[in-house]
Design a protein around this ligand. Structure first.
Ligand code: GP9
Ligand code: MN
Length: 686
């Protein structure tokens, strides 16, 4: 026994032994912190495994630096690095507690920003247990000081140090490969910083972020005000005047945007076994006061939902790669819908049942001027309330209404649904329509979650009616992007009752519903060609707000001068005459594939030129942060620091609002909640 103990301490008395001990302790500690201080949401064995091993490569790399030095210095360097790494974790714990996000060099550089945004003082944010982060460092230092572990001052071969460094890179690369196989596009699509930490680790996140920030700030600092000239020229040539029939028709109304997750146009009117999949939305689509569009396309790329949001609220395209909200959401200047309407007396709020960090919404919404962001932390949570990314739609709409009724009117609100999201999971008790039977497992449950979403919408709509909100509101509903990707051709063929699927069909399959309801509107199905980029100018005109100077790339769908070229993000397009998709050209009316003749070639070249120009000009605005140079008359620049989405701050603000501006539904109801009017059959709430 004694000799065993002896042998163990002998091992620790060597550089190798002590180094290994330090690394192992550090990694174990990091994993404990991952599990207890962050919500990284590692699901399944592979993700858990990656979470456990992800501190190793970076620890080998950074701690390994000490190995290049000699004697005692090596030991003390090792301890200093260990301390600095622990300090980094410590700082992240505090930052995460307040912002649900991780620290990066960019944030530290602009730390004034952070200070101002801190809802509480540091003392309030810190927990005693946070200091345990330093426990292993302290113990190791004591063991060295009291010579329980002796310093091995013998030289350490540089070659061995180099092996450790090399190994750290190999491991890092291997881990990235495995992570990317589990979540493809991890670094290119950049969903959520939590994901990068979950898969790759805190240090890797910081490094990746530093690289990105450096790249962005280079383009940003090279951009100049005159870069706007070509943008403004282009827009001035392409502006569409409002249609007097519609201009200002819904002036002063509340705006309620309902973002239907992964909802495609083909679902409208679609039946399974003779049963309508989305009866409530079908009825709404054909309501006598609904302007419904049936040639409306999503235009998203990798940023999916976030691209849709960027287009909807800024009329700027998402980027060819990644998500503009993630990369440019915090730093850039925007002239977004919430800010514009806020300055016209609207209260603005976004509602979503997922964590606030996803798609960097918590930062981006501040840049867009949202007064409130009611994200997952605002809703009661129970395991049965959530599926997939977050809160189930029925529960979401009901819980959200409790805040909606407190917003001073007029309000501009956006509800982002979630349940109809790939892989279309739903528990048995909520399934009330049979799955399709294409045999493609990722496709078949799609109609079931869509059906559930439709029911949730139906319940919400009937609350809006009963509470009196509906008659004072303009309701805007749209599908954000496809739910069934183009990789499922055989299943799509079966769903559409077609023999085989061409690129023409796939282009049409990118249609999503778009509808605007308002009791002053004379409804009907409009066949105008358009897409998500066109929504903002359309809505603004209906609200009676002219856009003759804004930097927006869409045009009002109701305008006589609306441009009906629909650009997809990869440069392909749909127009009323032609469709270019998957490298082929088709006639839109007939679906016939063509080899263009001379005159068609000329037309197509013009269309292509238009598409490429608008996409690249929009990108230029985002990459160069050009709106910071643009003075929009009557618009006050948004300051993200004016907003705070902490729960307590929002509750405070709502309370004050009830007194200072008693125009909310609840205030009108003499301070009483209207939630008793909300009926849901959600089994979880019974
Ligand atoms: C997550 C949700 C999903 O919060 O909005 O985004 P998506 O995967 O559809 O882009
Ligand atoms: Mn989406």
């Amino acid at each position: 026994m004694a000799s065993k103990k002896n042998r163990l301490s002998q091992i620790f008395n060597t550089t190798w032994g002590f180094f290994t001990l330090t690394v192992v302790l550090f990694c174990i500690k990091t994993v404990i912190i991952y599990e207890t201080k962050f919500t990284l949401g590692a699901k399944g064995n592979l993700q858990q495994f990656l979470l456990m091993v992800n501190p190793i490569p970076a620890a080998l790399l950074t701690f390994g630096i000490a190995l290049y030095f000699s004697g005692r210095l090596r030991y003390w360097l090792l301890m200093i690095i260990d301390f600095l790494e622990s300090l980094w974790i410590f700082a992240n714990i505090l930052y995460y507690r307040e912002f649900s996000d991780f620290l990066s060099l960019g944030i530290i550089k602009g730390s004034g920003n952070v200070q101002n945004n801190l809802g509480k003082s540091l003392g309030e944010i810190m927990h005693g247990s946070d200091f345990l982060v330093f426990l292993d460092v302290a113990v190791l230092i004591l063991l060295l000081i009291f010579k329980v572990i002796k310093v091995d001052a013998r030289p350490f071969k540089k070659r061995n140090a180099a092996v450790i460094t090399l190994m750290s890179f190999v491991l890092m690369f291997a881990e990235y490969q495995v992570a990317n196989a589990d979540r493809s596009g991890l670094l290119t699509r950049t969903f959520d910083n939590n994901y990068i930490v979950k898969y790759l680790g805190l240090n890797e996140y910081a490094a990746f972020n530093a690289y990105q920030t450096q790249k962005e700030s280079a383009t940003r600092s090279n951009a100049k005000a005159s870069d706007l000239n070509s943008v403004v020229n282009y827009l001035n040539h392409n502006r569409a005047n409002p249609n007097p029939v519609y201009f200002g028709k819904e002036k002063g109304k509340n705006v309620i945007i309902i973002h239907l997750e992964s909802f495609q146009q083909f679902l409208i009117g679609y039946k399974v076994n003779g049963k309508e999949v989305t009866p409530n939305l079908n009825k709404f689509f054909h309501n006598q006061h609904t302007l419904a569009f049936d040639n409306f396309y999503h235009q998203v790329a990798q940023g999916k939902t976030s691209d849709a949001e960027m287009m909807l609220e800024n009329s700027l395209f998402g980027l060819p790669q990644g998500s503009a909200m993630v990369t440019y959401g915090a730093q850039n200047t925007y002239q977004a819908a919430p800010a514009m309407l806020d300055q016209k007396g609207y209260t603005t709020a976004a509602f979503h049942g997922d964590v606030p960090s996803f798609w960097n919404r918590d930062s981006t919404y501040k840049s867009w001027g949202y007064d409130y962001f009611f994200s997952s932390q605002y809703y009661k949570e129970k395991p049965s309330y959530s599926v997939g990314y977050g809160l189930k739609d029925k529960i979401f709409f009901k819980d959200a209404s409790q805040y909606l009724q407190q917003l001073p009117q007029p309000f501009y609100t956006k509800f982002i649904t979630l349940t109809n999201h790939y892989p279309y999971l739903l528990d048995k008790q909520n399934i009330s329509i049979p799955a399709t039977k294409t045999g493609d497992n990722t496709v078949d449950p799609y109609v079931q979650t869509a059906h559930y979403l439709d029911q949730a919408f139906g319940e919400f709509l009937s609350y809006l009616k009963k509470s009196g909100i509906l008659k004072n509101s303009m309701i805007v509903i749209y599908g954000d992007h496809y739910g069934i990707s183009n990789n499922h051709r055989p299943a799509i063929a079966q769903l559409l009752h077609k023999k085989n699927i061409t690129s023409y069909d796939l282009a049409q399959f990118q249609k999503v519903p778009f509808m605007i309801y308002g009791n002053n509107l004379k409804g009907g199905v409009d066949h105008t060609y358009g897409g998500e980029i066109d929504v903002l100018p359309t809505i603004m005109h209906l609200l009676g707000i002219k856009d003759n100077k804004t930097i927006q790339f869409g045009t009002d769908l109701l305008s006589k001068q609306h441009n009906s070229i629909v650009a997809f993000r990869d440069g392909s397009f749909v127009t009323p005459e032609f469709i270019k998709f998957g490298g082929s050209i088709y006639l839109t009316k007939t679906g016939q594939e063509i080899t263009p003749n001379a005159s068609q070639k000329k037309q197509l070249a013009q269309i292509q030129n238009h598409v490429t120009t608008e996409l690249s000009l929009s990108d230029r605005v985002i990459y160069g942060d050009l709106l910071r140079f643009y003075h929009l008359q009557g618009f006050k620049k948004t300051n993200p620091k004016d907003f705070n989405y902490q729960y307590s701050a929002a509750m405070q603000m709502l309370q004050t609002a009830q007194k200072n501006k008693p125009t909310s539904i609840m205030a009108e109801n003499h301070g009483k909640s209207t939630l008793n009017l909300y009926q849901t059959d959600a089994p979880e709430l019974k």
